[in-house]
Design a protein around this ligand. Structure first.
Ligand code: HEM
Length: 119
């Protein structure tokens, strides 16, 4: 706290803090601590209820951590075929219809893949 009882963090908009901490969090000592991207914290919140409902009806279980993190491959992908197929649809702009994901959102999904599909 600074003199007068005003927190030194008061002027930092919540969105900025969220954006920084979503990928890497800086401690008060200035050390950069890598944060692991996880399905529950980072991926699931990017799906709208309508995305989950629409795709569940087609067998693509976007809201299901076990399905999304399934390590099994298929003819198209050597491993984690569910998550990689979803990423292919997102990154090509094919899905969701009329609501292409931003590059930032795609980068977060790519980080989740890179971090090993953590639940
Ligand atoms: C984040 C949002 C979404 C994701 C990640 C997603 C993902 C996918 C994936 C992976 C496929 C299969 C593509 C393939 O490999 O052949 C697909 C197909 C499809 N999706 Fe989505 N989807 C999303 C949102 C939606 C929404 C909101 C709708 C409906 C309004 C929708 C309607 C469809 C339809 C009609 C197909 C084609 C199904 C077929 O005939 O095979 N999707 N989507």
């Amino acid at each position: 706290m600074l003199r007068g009882g005003v927190s030194r963090f008061t002027a930092v908009p919540a969105m900025v803090v969220y954006t920084i901490c979503n990928q890497k969090c800086m401690s008060r000592m200035g050390t950069v601590i890598a944060m692991t991207t996880s399905f529950g914290n980072d991926i699931l919140p990017m799906f709208r209820p309508g995305d989950i409902a629409c795709m569940a009806a087609k067998g693509v279980r976007l809201g299901d951590a076990d399905w999304m993190g399934d390590p099994a491959g298929n003819d198209d992908f050597a491993d984690h075929a569910n998550a990689r197929r979803v990423f292919a649809a997102l990154s090509s702009g094919f899905m969701p219809p009329g609501h292409r994901w931003s590059q930032d959102s795609l980068d977060i999904y790519a980080s989740w893949i890179g971090d090993g599909f953590q639940p």
